[in-house]
Design a protein around this ligand. Sequence first.
Ligand code: URA
Length: 434
Amino acid sequence: MRVVDLIRQKRDGIELSPEDLRALVEGYTNGEVPDYQMSAFLMSCFFRLMTPKELAAWTEAMLHSGHVLDLSDIPGAKVDKHSTGGVGDKVSLILAPLAVAAGLKVPMISGRGLGHTGGTLDKLESIPGFDVNLPVDRFIEMVRTLGCGLIGQTGEVAPADKKIYALRDVTSTVECIPLIASSIMSKKLAEGIDALVLDVKVGSGAFMKDLGRARELARTMIDIGAQMDRPVRALITDMDQPLGLAIGNSLEVWESIETLRGNGPEDLTELTIELVLEMLDVAGQVGNRVETKRHLRELLEDGSALRVFQNIIKAQGGDPGVCDDRDKLPTARHTEAFVAWSDGLIVRMNAEEVGIAAMELGAGRRTKEDVIDHAVGLMFEKKRGELVTEGDTILIIHYNDATHLESCKARLRAAIEIGDGPAYEQPLILDRLA
Ligand code: URA
C-alpha cells in the first residue's frame, strides 16, 4: 500500500477497498503512517464522505485496533447507550442503574467533557473516592456481578479512534458524519455489547444543530450496527435548552440521585425512561410499552435503581453515603441568584451559551488540559415557557472564584430571552429511528 495513492483515490472520489482501509488504520495506529498523510486522508473524507462499504471496513478496523471485550459468557443482554452530548445531560448516571434494575447488563465506557458539554466521567469523579480507571478485568467482573461498571476509555480499547480523534480535533475534520459515526461506533462496539441505543441531540447545545443532520448521523450509526449484526436504536432529542435543572458536576450528581429516588425533573426522568425502554426493546424484552414505562417509573420510586447506583459507587471505591447526604459532595463556597431583568415569558435559552457560562466558572474544560472544579455550576429555577416578573430568580450561580463571574452573568443575560412570547416550543423527543 502506498498511502499517497490512497489519499489520491479518496480525493478523487474512488472507492477504497476494505484491505486498503484496514492497512491504513493499522499503519496509523502503529506509527508507520505519519500524521501529515492521515490528515490529508481525513480532509479528503471530509469532502468526499465514505461509501457504506468503506464505512463498515473503516469502523471495523478501528474497532479491532485494540482490545474487544468478550462478555459472551455473562448471561443476559448487554446493552449500552451513547449520547452525542449536551448541556446538563446526566442521563447515564440514572439510566445505567435503572437499566440494571430492569434486568439488563450495562457495560458503560464513557468520556470526559470538553467545551460547553459535560462528560459522565467528570460527574462521577465528583463522588469522593470514585475510580473511573478500573482495569478491564475488574470492569468485566463488575458487569458480571453487579450488572454494570462505569469507566473511562482505556488505551486498550479502540486506540485507533483515540489517535485519529486527536488528529481530527486539530485539523478541523471533526464535523464529518462518517468520521463521527465510525468513531462512536468503534468505541461502543468494542465494549462487547449486544445492542446499542443512541441519544442523538439536536439544537443550540448539541453537536448537530439541525434535525436533518441529526437524523443522518443516527441513520449512519444504525446502518453500521446492522452491518455488524448489532441492533441499534436512536432517539433524536431536544438540546435547545439544558436538560434538567442542574449544570455542573456535583450539582448534576445530586440531581441524578434525586431522579433515582423518583424526585427528578420531569424532562430528565422522561428522557431516561424512554431511553431505557428502547434498551429493553432492542433486547427484545418489551411486551407492552405503556406497562414497561410504568414499571420503570416504579423502579425509580421504590428505590431499586438507587440501590444499584449505591452498589456501583461502593464497588468503584466511592462513598455511597453521597446518596443520603448532599454535603458529602463538593460544594461551592459562594452562591448568587441570577434574576429576571424584566417581566415576561422565558421565550428561549441558548443551551450552548449556558454551557459555556458554566464552563467559565470552572465546571468544564476549555482545553483537554484544564482542571475542572467539581463544585461549581448553575442551578435553574425557571426554564423555557415559564413566566417571570422582574427580580425573580431564574437560576443560582454556584462559584468558588469570582474572576469570571461577571462574564458568566453577561453570557447568561445574552443566552436567555425574556419576551412576550410565545415560547419556542419543541418536543423532548423529536424522532425515533430503528
Ligand atoms: N464523539 C466521538 O466519540 N467521536 C466523534 O467523532 C465525535 C464525537
